[in-house]
Write a new protein. Structure first.
Length: 330
């Protein structure tokens, strides 16, 4: 049995080697994204695993091409599958799987860390100290136990974030189309997104990317939020309309933002653009704002999460090739 993994980073290699030896399966890797022009590399393999931020492409025949080569599945070792045309893959007879919860704590902890940096004005203090200005004036912080944290999307990751924020003493409210009774000891559900936006001092986003979540936070949403509220996005970039975020920050409609993901990030993140003029003018503007934190989609990037992404994705491939079912299929 042979499996090919695309877009493999150096930090994944140890986990891949360990899994391959444990399961007596040949796993080969490359550093390329999966697209129609790289699909031929799958020839001779039994299974394929991908991880990428850019869409596979507009040509649906690539999925049939995989099937014609004997491939039965297409596995993403990430939670997001918006890069895959799932209907086209299914039409070709492929089983599409993902890793929906490689480590809820990794992303939830990122949201908490970003929140703490914002409410303690640490970015602003860093800037002052970097200029040898050690004054305090104007940067009084807020304690998290005095705040209401509003979580939109209280699933695996959002629910974990709720428990972490609750443990720090914050009042936690949540809006989700699915309510989880097991979380009601740490949060209170509200009936509408608008109610959450009105009440929250921190809005923390943990939603999947789909047609209902695209542009979930737009100009109208920012006008509902408190002027001293912060927004945290560690979910998917298109959940926030970046043009509207920039405008809201300039107008003082919100106090700041922490973004681990942005619209159009595939052209920027995990790449070195030192010395270049950024073509994304929105990101360039956000980077100049002292009340904005940008990180390059690294909420998932912990030791445990990386290993889980590798292990769970390969376990799913092995199960499908052996005629077994998996809980992660679409």
């Amino acid at each position: 049995m042979k499996i090919l993994m695309y877009s493999v980073r150096d930090d994944e290699e140890a986990a891949i080697k360990e899994w391959a030896q444990k399961n007596n399966v040949q796993v080969d890797t490359n550093d390329l994204e999966f697209h129609p022009e790289t699909a031929d590399l799958v020839k001779g393999y039994d299974g394929v695993v991908i991880q990428q931020r850019s869409a596979i492409g507009d040509d649906p025949s690539v999925y049939q091409k995989l099937a014609d080569m004997g491939i039965k599945q297409l596995t993403s070792r990430t939670a997001g599958v918006d890069t895959i045309d799932i209907p086209a893959a299914k039409k070709a007879g492929l089983t599409v799987t993902n890793v929906p919860a490689y480590s809820p704590n990794s992303v939830a902890e990122m949201s908490v860390a970003q929140t703490m940096r914002l409410i303690r004005n640490l970015e602003l203090f860093d800037s002052r100290v970097g200029q040898q200005n050690f004054q305090w004036a104007g940067l009084q912080a807020r304690e998290i136990r005095s705040l209401t944290v509003g979580i939109i999307g209280a699933g695996r990751i959002g629910g974990t974030a709720a428990r972490l924020f609750h443990g720090l003493g914050a009042k936690v409210i949540a809006y989700d189309v699915v309510r989880h009774p097991e979380l009601e000891d740490v949060l209170t559900y509200v009936d509408t997104k608008e109610e959450l936006l009105k009440r929250a001092d921190v809005v923390d986003l943990h939603v999947d990317l789909n047609e209902t979540s695209k542009s979930l936070i737009d100009a109208a949403a920012f006008k509902i939020m408190k002027n001293d509220a912060f927004i945290i996005n560690a979910s998917r970039g298109p959940v926030i309309v970046t043009d509207d975020l920039v405008a809201a920050l300039k107008a003082g409609e919100i106090a700041g933002a922490a973004l681990d993901t942005v619209e159009g990030e595939a052209a920027l993140f995990n790449q070195n653009h030192q010395g270049e003029v950024l073509q994304d003018t929105n990101v360039a503007q956000l980077m100049q704002m002292p009340n904005v934190i940008i990180t390059p989609h690294v909420g998932f990037y912990t030791n445990l999460a990386v290993k889980n992404m590798v292990d769970i994705s390969l376990d799913d491939v092995l199960a499908i090739l052996n005629g077994k079912s998996t809980d992660h299929a679409f």
